[in-house]
Write a protein that binds this ligand. Sequence first.
Ligand SMILES: NC(=O)c1ccc[n+]([C@@H]2O[C@H](COP(=O)([O-])OP(=O)(O)OC[C@H]3O[C@@H](n4cnc5c(N)ncnc54)[C@H](OP(=O)(O)O)[C@@H]3O)[C@@H](O)[C@H]2O)c1
Length: 228
Amino acid sequence: MSIVAIITGYSSGLGYSISEELLKRGWTIVGVARQRKPENLQKAYPGKVYHIAGSVFDDDTANNAFAEATKHGGARLVVNCAGEGCFGDVGSYSASDVMKAIEGNLAGLIVFSDRAISHMQDGGGNIVNIMSTAAKKHRISESVYTAVKWGAKAYTRTIRDAVKSKKLDIRVFEVYPCGMKTPFWSSATRPVSDGLAFPETEPIARAIVEAVLANESSYQQELTFERS
Ligand SMILES: NC(=O)c1ccc[n+]([C@@H]2O[C@H](COP(=O)([O-])OP(=O)(O)OC[C@H]3O[C@@H](n4cnc5c(N)ncnc54)[C@H](OP(=O)(O)O)[C@@H]3O)[C@@H](O)[C@H]2O)c1
């Protein structure tokens, strides 16, 4: 039986690349996305990729994902990668823009992290929360996105303290990617002037997977990627 990971936002961009890295290493993937289903991954790795359709901010989606993982031996890794951009000048946001930004980037990350802690209480495991360098800066053209990513950072650091205080064998990783070449930017309202200089997701995914799989008595809690 192979080791199982739940990857949210696995159908595109960084989540897709992280899934591919794990599949190459023999893992089984339970992938979550609302619409897109990466048929090519399922074809390339038959019997290793299980698709769960739905928003990460939904108990049914989380129940289905963790139940599917349990069928294959239980998840030892949960990567919260689902999220979308939210762009605009201050003074231009509607309530639905704000909710949309919160849904995947923050609320869904909380639902899946909390469920992961209960799922991993006995067997242990790893939670990887993908934030953004926006969680370390104040980006005035992305005020809402910046706020939700800072929220995700505060939540991630708090659960690390919580699992440590409960002496659970769960490691919690914070990941802060720089701008990457993905469909994320398709909704950008501001010009992505340096878009061509954005890196591909594959090397970033590889570095994340290597950090998680490093079997050592200490671990790299925080991974930040800046453009070189
Ligand atoms: N690209 C960048 O420059 C960049 C930089 C820093 C951080 N990030 C962060 O990295 C993560 C991945 O971004 P990406 O660039 O790989 O984006 P992407 O290519 O647009 O992929 C986003 C993935 O998340 C899924 N998704 C979005 N909202 C969801 C929801 N509410 N429920 C379930 N699935 C959802 C999408 O599938 P469906 O649409 O089918 O649901 C898709 O699989 C995000 O958290 C993003 O904020 C990206």
